[in-house]
Design a protein around this ligand. Structure first.
Ligand code: ZN
Length: 159
């Protein structure tokens, strides 16, 4: 039972709250605890008047490959650092299902992006597993959003 939660604290000094979807023993969870807690970071976004939003889409990225794509827009700097630490990259905003954002986007037009790729002829069970992964990702990200669940959009693009 002495996973995270008993002895570990976030960078801001707060402890993980029982009952919240917090850190399991997954590496990405261990990484998140190195940053401020979701409450402090969502408060920071509020103070900066940054309405952090998440867009989840399916994109066709090449002839035989598609990906579930998560894009986090208008994140405070520390959330960006955290996302970078758990595998997100900084790119421009996607325009539609066929047009991912450019790598060379100008400041202010950038999002934090994660792609979960699969071949178009993949076993459907693998695709279902990826969907479960996306859902789990939204569960831990939601508390970082000033608007909470309302700030998560599916099949909508940030542009
Ligand atoms: Zn905190």
């Amino acid at each position: 039972m002495d996973r995270l939660g008993v002895n570990m604290v976030y960078r801001c000094g707060h402890k993980p709250q029982p009952g919240l979807p917090v850190p399991d023993t997954h590496d990405a969870s261990l990484m998140r605890i190195a940053f401020s807690c979701p409450h402090c970071l969502s408060e920071l976004a509020r103070r900066c008047v940054l309405d952090t939003r998440i867009f989840v889409n399916l994109q066709q990225l090449s002839q035989g490959m598609s990906a579930f794509v998560i894009e986090v827009a208008d994140a405070v700097e520390e959330v960006g650092e955290m996302l970078a630490a758990v595998g997100y990259g900084c790119t421009g905003k996607s325009q539609d299902e066929l047009t991912p954002g450019m790598q060379t986007a100008v400041m202010g037009d950038q999002v934090w992006r994660k792609e979960l790729w699969f071949a178009n002829n993949t076993d459907p069970r693998h695709v279902v597993a990826l969907i479960a992964h996306v859902k789990a990702e939204m569960v831990w990200l939601e508390p970082y959003l000033p608007m909470g669940q309302e700030a998560i959009e599916y099949c909508t693009f940030p542009v």
